[in-house]
Design a protein around this ligand. Sequence first.
Ligand SMILES: [Ca+2]
Ligand SMILES: [Ca+2]
Ligand SMILES: [Ca+2]
Ligand SMILES: [Ca+2]
Length: 420
Amino acid sequence: MPVFPAALDPEEEPEDSHSTDVPAQIVTAGSNLAANVAGIFDINHALGTLVVVGDYFRTDAIVQLNLYVDDDNIKYAGDGIFQIEGGGNEAFNIATFLDTDPGVPSFAGSNVFPGIDWHVDVLDGDLYDVSVVTQQNWLYDSDISVQDSYLTNYQLLMGANEQGNFAEIITIGGDYDLVVVLGDYHEINFIYQKNVLLDPDTLKVLGYDESFPEGESLTDPSITSGKNWLQNEALIEQWGTQSYQELTPAWEALIAQLNNGDTELDILAGLGIPNFDDPAFNILLITGDVYDVNAIKQENVVADADVVIQTLPAAAADADPTMQVASTGENALGNFATILNTGPAADYYIGGELYEDEMLIQTELVASDDDSIKESNPDALANELVAFTSPPDEEGHDEDGVAGPVYDSGHSDVLGNVLT
Ligand SMILES: [Ca+2]
Ligand SMILES: [Ca+2]
Ligand SMILES: [Ca+2]
Ligand SMILES: [Ca+2]
């Protein structure tokens, strides 16, 4: 199982490993975190026996989508051994459907008797039991930075934004030993997860390392514009008995009695229905249909198009070792969802048909990861960067700029279809 690379616990301190001992040009323009965590624990129907007179429809569905654009444009020059990672992106879709049978034995046909102290609640009409969680992170972090000094240890942190959503729904209804649904039962468990990352970066790095001593690995210029991580993880768990039984004439007689509003019930009708815990036998009669819906929708959209310029002036060539580290990728997008739906522990009776549907759609669209990495002539790159590094007309060299997300128009139809 892949392990999400970022701590979801906001208390946890991020580790920073860059040395502060030597002059440096260090920029972190990416490293953003967008995460959604949600759980629906639907133990509404923690009950002994469930009777559905009509049909039972159960649909479990998980839809997961990862999409990223990571076309980076890297130009570098100098004599160092540049360590360049333009790709290295990872995307994961993990989906699990789990049926957990608690192992309570069936009481059908047994001579178990629930007792004579019966309580009947009647719900006239349809029952809607709907739990919906929607989580969205939209993060725009397109930066522009210029670093041209070699006299200080200059660590610039422009990214590393964090957005997180945490939600938990726990629904607990009344405990009924027996629930009778005269209509149909519709159960839908649905998880939809989407990560979209736009991370096209432009980096121009000019370094001189003639003065760097042998074996000082920290002075190798490093450029990371990829290494993004997208992860969707979903679990739909059904807890309860997984065996379904047909209604018997005895059940039909009992249901007819309940439906007539009888309060005097033939105690023999209770044979084979377990009563848990307290001496009262609690019944819920629902005259209509049941809609039991649990849905989680999670979405992360991160736009992180950065422009980074680092240039060591030629004078640096004779100076002490200087470190250059530029990171514009390393974003982490994650969706984590759990739906736990609890059915009857003991017995399940269905008068009509049982329709079960499990659906899983997983898509990983790499719209584009087409990097252009070019080594340039130092003089040519130096001339090119003069425009950026000459004394500024306005106040500062370093400012957060905003660039719009970049779409590949050739894929726009695909995106339009998938993302809406
Ligand atoms: Ca950024
Ligand atoms: Ca890339
Ligand atoms: Ca990138
Ligand atoms: Ca970026």
